[in-house]
Write a protein that binds this ligand. Structure first.
Ligand code: UD1
Length: 381
């Protein structure tokens, strides 16, 4: 079997997006469609909503014609369902995978380790096994800055050592980076891009798609958004005694649309359309150059803005976006939190030709547009 190559035009390329109905997945689907790709979405809807698929079509201007409809196909299926994946690979000429599907709540992962290892690790193994059988050996993986743990230094470069994760969620990200790297070592036909996200927030500027957490939000911005829209009374600020300028935790927030574009850049890189050649850094493994220029080995990239913002910076930026004061109270530190992390983004700029464009105010303004027009997310009320 000939392995699938990305060294061709997006219009001739079909991407399997696992978890494509989710927050980052849905925004990436929009960017892929706008670049001309066709997509097949696989999502079990365990933490997402099928309405996101309709909204993706709406934003991308997918019409009723058969040709348009064929560009976005959705399957409600789990990546653990091997027969379902086989049917999908049988029915579509898939060239590459962008793999978002996975459980992602840190606290829940401590309580439910079996579910996290099973869904995230076993699910990815099933996905890769089926993909390999169909000659699809191009994968972009949704990793996280969580793999750096308490970072050895900031700004965090890709050379920063990985540290033992303090929870099963983080362990799955770290393990899957290792597993996907080993796939390439065992079979250099595998092209792997590991994207280490910092803190994705914001929403598409249309206000049609955004983050829609089920239950009480775990992360700062969805929590602030629900306070702003009146669903929650006040934001708890977890600690004001960190060694940071205002004492609250500092993170590198990145607009989800910028992040989504980072995935499109990763596909370009795998297809030999950007960058100068071999990946660099200790985790990167250079592939033998292939005649088609489409073999790149393993690429590891931070996706962040390079700018750190504190919890109070975020609350104040959101106040500017929604035009009102947001009540907050200082609470004790949250277990497992670190004082600050933010990315060095030079490698993504140099090798992927990608930089984040949007600042914190824009992120909050777009988040607010989504939250204020969809106060209960994809649900009616
Ligand atoms: C968290 C996860 C990280 C995961 C990422 C995914 C933890 C410890 N880390 O990152 O592994 O990859 O989400 O998006 O859960 N904060 C408050 N009040 C809140 C919520 C958060 O003050 O109600 C503070 C936190 O202490 C932190 C900052 O806001 O300083 C950001 O928190 P959060 O949005 O949960 O992201 P991370 O903890 O950076």
């Amino acid at each position: 079997m000939t392995n699938k190559s990305l060294a061709k035009a997006p219009a001739d390329t079909c991407i399997l997006v696992t978890g494509g109905a989710g927050f980052i997945g849905s925004h990436t689907c929009v960017e892929l469609l706008e670049r001309g790709y066709s997509i097949v979405i696989v999502d079990d809807l365990s933490n997402s909503n099928a309405k996101a698929i309709d909204r993706i079509r709406e934003i991308a201007g997918i019409g009723p014609s058969a040709e348009d409809q064929a560009r976005v196909v959705f399957y409600e299926a789990s990546i653990l369902d091997e027969p379902a994946l086989e049917r999908i690979f049988e029915s579509h000429d898939i060239d590459a995978i962008i793999h978002f599907a996975g459980l992602k709540a840190v606290g829940e992962s401590v309580a439910k380790p079996l579910e996290y290892y099973w869904n995230n690790v076993a699910g990815t193994l099933v996905l890769c096994r089926v993909a390999r059988a169909y000659g699809v050996k191009n994968i972009v993986f949704s990793s996280s800055a969580t793999v750096y743990g308490e970072p050895a230094f900031v700004p965090i470069t890709e050379e920063c050592p990985k540290r033992e994760a303090t929870n099963p969620y983080g362990q799955t990200k770290s393990m899957l980076e290792r597993i996907l790297t080993d796939l390439h070592i065992g079979d250099p036909e595998w092209n792997v891009v590991l994207l280490r996200y910092f803190n994705p927030i914001g929403a598409h500027e249309s206000g049609l798609i955004g983050e829609d957490p089920k239950g009480l939000p775990n992360n700062l911005v969805p929590y602030v958004a629900q306070v702003a829209v009146g669903r929650l009374a006040s934001v708890g600020v977890f600690g004001d005694d960190y060694p940071t300028p205002d004492g609250t935790g500092v993170r590198d927030y990145i607009h989800v649309v910028d992040l989504a574009r980072g995935h499109v850049a990763a596909l370009d890189w795998m297809g030999g359309r950007v960058g100068t050649g071999a990946p660099s850094g200790p985790d990167a493994i250079a592939a033998e150059p292939a005649p088609c220029g489409s073999r790149r080995g393993v690429g590891v990239f931070n996706l962040g803005t390079g700018t750190g913002s504190s919890v109070l910076d975020v609350i104040h930026s959101y106040e500017r976006a929604c035009g009102k004061e947001l009540p907050y109270e200082i609470k004790p530190r949250r277990a497992g939190d670190i004082a600050e992390n933010y990315a060095a983004c030079d490698k993504a700029r140099e090798e992927l030709g990608w930089v984040a464009e949007y600042d914190l105010d824009r992120m909050c303004a777009d988040s607010w547009r989504w939250q204020s027009t969809n106060p209960y997310g994809y649900e009616e009320a």
